[in-house]
Design a binder for this molecule. Structure first.
Ligand SMILES: Cc1ncc(C[n+]2csc(CCOP(=O)(O)OP(=O)(O)O)c2C)c(N)n1
Ligand SMILES: O=c1ccn([C@@H]2O[C@H](COP(=O)(O)O)[C@@H](O)[C@H]2O)c(=O)[nH]1
Length: 253
């Protein structure tokens, strides 16, 4: 099956996507938060993410109440826990220490979307690509869990980067013409070799095998177009899950 996705539609104030929003324990960009919150049909914080949400929404906290906060609760402060609990947010303790708070939070979100039959187009995660290196790698690993949990795309956004995992079946058509795209994009075969065909990139792959230690498509960019012409979509076909990441144009960084 072919998949169509404009990854940065979710950050466009005019974008049409409806989303599930997961906030992770990383510094929160207020502009991203405002836009994503307005599009979210379901909102969640993973553990210490609630501290960031509480801090950046001082003065307007009642407009930023997540549906639930989940995790092993080793990072959320007592004050923040009490605040959100008093406001009626669900606190779901997920104590198991074999999966990250992100993966557990995602599991709950997928179940809730199904239970409430919410018409969401994607699940977007704010945070997850900065801070601790092991947590960043764990975020990428969560993308692999997501493939078997849901057909919805899972997008991870932090600062000037977005990451998502492309499924092996069919061809992906990625819209890259929102005006928010930064200069770079990449295809990284994290889980193992990926036989890949692309169009729309400056350095395309023509049934080449991407593999660590052989060829990894970092520092790629989009096929140049003439002045005033729209950028063509990027198409990707891969025989194994393949990590797509792209730059986000962000004036503040
Ligand atoms: C083989 C193996 N290595 C490591 C762990 C430890 N472990 C993996 S996920 C996890 C929970 C992490 O929770 P999270 O809140 O996401 O991260 P934290 O900030 O607590 O490090 C733990 C303790 C394990 N269970 N099994
Ligand atoms: O440096 C970091 C720390 C955490 N995360 C993500 O946030 C959740 C929740 O973190 P807690 O430390 O349990 O509050 C964690 O599962 C990671 O996904 C991160 O990305 N970078």
């Amino acid at each position: 099956m072919d998949e169509e996705l404009t990854p940065l539609d979710c950050l466009l104030p005019s974008g049409k996507q409806r989303i599930g929003l997961i906030i992770l324990n990383q510094p929160l960009d207020k502009d991203y938060l405002n836009i994503l919150w307005s599009k979210a049909l379901l909102k969640a914080c993973a553990d210490g993410a609630a501290n960031h949400l509480y801090n950046v929404t001082a003065g307007v906290r009642d407009s930023f109440l997540p549906d639930y906060i989940s995790g092993d609760f080793d990072s959320i402060t007592a004050e923040v826990k009490a605040f959100f609990s008093d406001k009626g947010c669900k606190l779901i303790e997920t104590a198991k220490q074999d999966l990250t708070d992100f993966t557990k939070c995602l599991t709950i979100m997928v179940e809730e979307i199904q239970r409430r039959q919410l018409q969401v187009d994607a699940i977007v995660t704010l945070g997850g690509l900065g801070g601790r290196f092991d947590q960043t790698m764990a975020s990428i690993e969560t993308l692999y869990h997501a493939l078997s949990m849901t057909r919805l795309p899972l997008l991870i956004i932090q600062g000037t980067s977005l990451a998502c995992l492309l499924r092996p079946q069919g061809s992906h058509r990625l819209g890259v013409n929102t005006g928010l795209e930064g200069d770079w994009c990449s295809l990284i075969p994290v889980g193992g070799p990926c036989q890949t065909i692309t169009t729309g990139l400056k350095w395309n792959l023509n049934n080449d095998v991407l593999q660590f230690g052989k060829l990894v498509s970092t520092s790629n960019t989009y096929e140049p177009v003439g002045p005033g012409e729209p950028r063509k979509p990027v198409t990707v076909t891969t025989d194994q899950p393949l990590l797509w990441s792209m730059g986000i144009h962000n004036d503040k960084e």
